[in-house]
Design a protein around this ligand. Structure first.
Ligand code: KG4
Ligand code: ZN
Length: 338
């Protein structure tokens, strides 16, 4: 069973061919980072139009890499939410059109289920039940995948997503967009002990706005002459130290939250998924804290947005619920984790 999977929920145009849910025959991702970087974040209208331009060639590349033509496909899976409405419409309209033209079954899948299933794709030993920390630019949740197709959300963020906090702090430090990778690089050179930032620990919730505000105040309270005209710290030592202190506080909160989820569920397997799972400090902290458990942090190409994970989620959905027969709308707020 070969599924062509399509992902256009945010700023990556992606297509993949996945065999029997778990074998990634190809996975092509075209990133729009350069398009949005000058704006310091994703501009929805620009993103949707860029998907329209990129999608057909990306699908062709995915089919070419997989070595299967249109006739070698058995179904089409596509992200129908959550995400930016205009972006989701491009992917779902394309997917519904090709499925109708080729008379293939179609499955509208959840981007978040895709992130959860990225761990299952990456790790052949991993089967539910397991607990996943989903950390991306739009989401920070702990999820229990109890069995295929059945997930329960244990905690989520009250304000910013973790990745969003990385992006905003990077902007305050004048480090550019996206913030995660550059904060991680600076943090490696910085001394986190130079600044004291709050440790947030909530019951069944995450929150990053207090930490973000604390970074803002730490910058504001620097001695005169330490800031440039835009209010950005002039010295690399200061920027690196703030990046390190922020990352340490954010990672601690995430790992504490994952630990609470493990205690609540009694899970013996944990996964960290989504763009922020690319963070080495987070992966190391998780490996250290859960040394006795089965731990999965997928490789970078499966952590950041991609279509292979959507193919895996779509395959499970097809198996359990059958195809979506009558056409379907996008759902920008979809909160479905399996
Ligand atoms: O999952 P993803 O690719 O897209 C969404 O669905 O949001 O996640 C993107 C987010 C961005 O906020 C980015 O700053 C963050 O993941 N990110 C990182 C790292 N690499 C990407 N955050 C921390 N450390 C990283 N190395
Ligand atoms: Zn994502």
């Amino acid at each position: 069973m070969n599924i062509l999977a399509i992902e256009t929920s945010c700023d990556e145009t992606a297509a993949a061919v996945v065999r029997d849910g778990r074998e990634v025959l190809s996975s092509v991702v075209s990133s729009q980072i350069a398009l949005h970087a000058p704006h310091g974040g994703v501009v929805p209208e620009l993103a949707a139009r860029a998907h329209l331009e990129a999608l057909a060639p990306v699908v062709d590349a995915a089919l070419g890499e997989a070595g299967v033509g249109w006739e070698g496909l058995d179904a089409v899976g596509v992200t129908r939410g959550p995400g930016l409405a205009g972006c989701l419409v491009v992917g779902t309209a394309y997917a519904q059109a090709v499925a109708a033209a080729r008379r293939l079954p179609i499955i509208g899948a959840s981007h978040l289920a895709g992130h959860v299933y990225s761990a299952w794709l990456a790790d052949r030993e991993l089967e539910p039940p397991f607990v996943a920390l989903v950390v991306s630019g739009g989401h920070t949740d702990t999820i229990e995948l109890r069995r295929h197709g059945e997930a329960r959300r244990l905690a989520s963020t009250r304000d910013d997503a973790a990745g969003e906090a990385f992006d905003k702090v990077a902007r305050m430090l004048g480090l550019g967009y996206p913030g995660g990778p550059v904060i991680e690089r600076c943090a490696r050179e910085g001394d986190p002990a130079l600044f004291t930032l709050p440790r947030t620990r909530l019951e069944r919730a995450f929150s990053f706005s207090g930490l973000k505000t604390a970074v803002r105040y730490a910058i504001r309270d620097l001695p005169a002459g330490e800031l440039d005209g835009d209010g950005v710290p002039l010295r690399a030592e200061v920027r690196n130290a703030l990046a390190a202190a922020f990352q340490e506080a954010a990672v601690t909160q995430l790992v504490d939250g994952l630990e609470a989820a493990v205690e609540e569920t009694g899970a013996t397997s944990v996964a960290v998924v989504g763009g922020v799972a690319a963070n080495r400090a987070l992966a190391d902290a998780v490996a250290g804290r859960f040394a006795g458990l089965h731990v999965c942090v997928p490789p970078l190409r499966l952590c950041t947005d991609n279509a292979a994970m959507v193919g895996a989620a779509a395959w499970h959905r097809l198996r359990l619920h059958g195809p979506d027969r009558d056409g379907f709308d996008v759902d920008p707020g979809l909160a479905e984790f399996a």
